[in-house]
Design a protein around this ligand. Structure first.
Ligand code: NDP
Ligand code: 8X3
Length: 252
């Protein structure tokens, strides 16, 4: 095992997480790639194995025993995680509060909020005991502003913002950096998941503008991780140039 830093990325099977895995592998990180889709994890690990040491963990972030057991099962050489990228998450549905589905609400709170907590809890002991580490939480513009029908997704991302700030305070005595990154519209599988596989409706979200790509967020993650030891990037909001707020978007 080399002296490269170790990053654990949740949601590495697509979108922002996959782009981050590719960029970090090319920039002196060894990687623990996480997600539920094992076939994608295996393909990505093979792709990146020429550039970095890569291992994979397949778990559902909603399942706390699965999360803690998976992370505890890492061999000794992988246990000293330097960077945790809490990226796994999605929106489920886009409905007014009065007709929203309880199943969708549970999914968003369980994945985006509780899942992030479970993974963080499992990773923190080794950071705290070494008084070093960096946690990057992927929030959203939806965690800074509310938009119509965003209700529970926005609430889950406001919770991510609050947890990011709380983590930074509680982990301050342990020298652990905590960063929140809050993107606007990024074209990934996000809208396909939100609209339950309706690819046409998903494509409409990005129609007439140039959205962010997963690679744009990966770039910021790498920048954040490579600041000097005395610098923490606390909070970043990043939008496509065509987007001015959660609801103001210029389209051709
Ligand atoms: P994708 O749908 O492309 O990726 C989501 C990732 O999360 C997948 O790798 C998926 O892996 C993983 N994931 C979802 N549910 C679970 C689960 N229950 N357990 C484990 N892993 C899970 O979307 P993005 O890349 O866009 O999303 C990444 C993050 O960025 C999310 O937190 C999202 O809220 C946030 N974000 C996205 C924006 C956008 O416009 N796209 C804007 C702002 C924030 P698998 O299915 O294999 O488990
Ligand atoms: C994803 C961005 O605006 O679709 O978090 O909620 S948005």
């Amino acid at each position: 095992m080399s002296t490269k830093r170790i990053a654990l990325i949740t949601g590495a099977t697509s979108g922002i997480g996959e782009a981050t895995a590719r960029l970090l592998a090319a920039n002196q990180f060894n990687l623990i790639l996480c997600g539920r889709r094992q076939d994608r994890l295996a393909t990505l690990a093979t792709d990146l194995s020429k550039q970095a040491d890569v291992t994979t963990l397949s778990f559902d972030v909603r399942n706390e025993p699965e999360v803690s057991q998976s992370i505890a099962s890492l061999p000794a050489k992988w246990k000293n995680i330097d960077a945790l990228i809490n990226n796994a998450g999605n929106a489920h549905g886009l409905d007014p509060i009065q007709t929203g589905s309880i199943e969708d609400w549970d999914a968003m709170m369980d994945i985006n909020v509780k899942g992030l907590l479970y993974v963080t809890k499992a990773v923190l002991p080794s950071m705290v005991s070494r008084n070093q580490g960096h946690i990057i939480n992927i929030g959203s513009i939806a965690g800074k502003e509310i938009y119509g029908n965003g209700n529970v997704y926005c609430a889950s991302k406001f919770a991510v913002d609050a947890l990011t700030k709380g983590m930074r305070i509680d982990l301050n005595p342990h020298n652990i950096k905590v960063t929140g990154i809050h993107p606007g519209l990024v074209e990934t599988e996000f809208s396909i998941v939100r609209f339950k596989g309706d690819a046409d409706r998903a494509a409409n979200v990005y129609k007439g503008l140039e959205p962010l790509r997963g690679e744009d967020i990966a770039d910021l993650i790498l920048f954040t991780l490579t600041r000097p030891a005395h610098v923490v990037v606390a909070d970043l909001v990043v939008l496509p140039t065509a987007q001015a707020s959660a609801t103001v978007v210029r389209r051709n």
